[in-house]
Design a protein around this ligand. Sequence first.
Ligand code: C2E
Ligand code: MG
Ligand code: MG
Length: 481
Amino acid sequence: MRDGSGKLRHFIGIFADITEHKAAGARIEFLAHHDALTGLPNRLVLRDSFQEALLHARQSQLRVALLFLDLDRFKTINDSLGHPAGDQLLEQTARRLKECVRTTDTVCREGGDEFLIVLANLRGPEEAVEVAQRILQRLSEPFEVDGRGLTTSCSIGISMFPDDGDDFDTLHKKADIAMYQSKKCGRSTYHFFTSLTPSDNLGCFEIETQLRTALERGELAVHFQPIVELESQRIVGAEALLRWHNALLGTVSPSQFIPVAEETGLIVSIGRWVLQQACQQAKAWQVHGHPVAVAVNISSVQIKRVDLVDLVRQVLRDTELPPHLLELELTESSLIENLQSNTDTVRQLVQLGVSLSIDDFGTGYSSLAYLKRFSVQKLKIDRSFVGDILTDKDDAAIVDAIIHLGRILSLHTVAEGVEDAEQAEQLRRSGCQFGQGFFFAKALPAHEFEALLDAQRACPVRRHDGTEARAARLTSAPEAG
Ligand code: C2E
Ligand code: MG
Ligand code: MG
């Protein structure tokens, strides 16, 4: 400021404190690139890191892995302990994940309880395995949430550049599919993406979207695979197996869509429908003079979320199927998961007169105490053991042991996945009563199954005398006499 004569008198300075402004700007910048809850980078950043890793991998002949990780049963924790507890768990998970990777790797939260991890500069898949194992180990250690100890686990799917694709979206889809595979295999494990069928290339999201309307669009069908008495080679039962054909996705196998149906709860309505269809069909066969028992797979989600006793009672009443012609197949893990309430459920089911078998026996806990507790009638020996009984001594020993166990406990044994005559014969000699597998027949539409029953009726019962007897009964037209 100057005075009247123009001489400088003083200066006026103006200042503003923009600390807050700066901080807010930084916060906005941070939030645009990070997840507010865990502070992890978000998907945008991850995509960039992925591109960078890809570029580098191309130049140096290295690999990049994308890990898709989902916490197991997070929803249950969230629902039972509340969202603040769920948030704490997610924060701690994020921290542990960061400890499991190198600084050159990127961990991001994809949303909910899903995390994505980019592992850069890998020499081979075994390096991704190391990280996956470290994560599984670290996340299985107890967490402290709200002052209480909590244990959880996670399922991981892995896809690799260049093996599975060379862009983010493809690898993301494949890691997602591999993650569902891990869920399906009992969780707390990792899987690499493997393409088994063309439809494997689908994201689980697409499966979910299509599956939601599959029932009402009439895309689902129940097929029946014969269960055969090994001694007489006659069909005594059928396992009901779901088939799904979708216009967009083609034929999708149950091992792909059942896990999705379970995760989304769709299995409740689909499972009810399968039970109805199977019982209705078994009733029709009974009326036509073929009293074959039908076995229906029950998912653990159904046991938890449905009043199974009520459902079975209702369906038996509606279809007028005698209860002894219905069998329910449960897995060991689903029975053991909820021991107390399942004991009651199973007791009531047995009172209804339906029988119970343990599916995929030998692959789960094989904790034998529950076999007595649950009044099980049948053990279905998993096909992973049956397939190699002729060549693998260990598998043969396991199968023998299960048959023996069955005999001591007065349980029937059914060998799954019997693929040739030698296996069938060896199983019969070992004392296994029943077999099921491609050697006898695949799962067939109801009318084709009934044709087999008709053919069988036209044949006299012959004790085991090899392949021709089987062929006459199961695959060709009835012979005279
Ligand atoms: P699972 O209950 O163990 O059914 C047996 C599976 O083995 C079926 O596969 C059948 O097609 C297959 N299989 C039978 N014989 C042979 C053989 O000789 N060799 C080989 N390699 N495989 C054989 P599928 O139909 O693909 O079903 C897979 C799984 O999906 C079933 O395993 C079951 O866990 C589930 N699933 C199928 N239908 C239903 C359903 O209606 N409800 C529920 N909850 N699960 C279902
Ligand atoms: Mg089964
Ligand atoms: Mg099975």
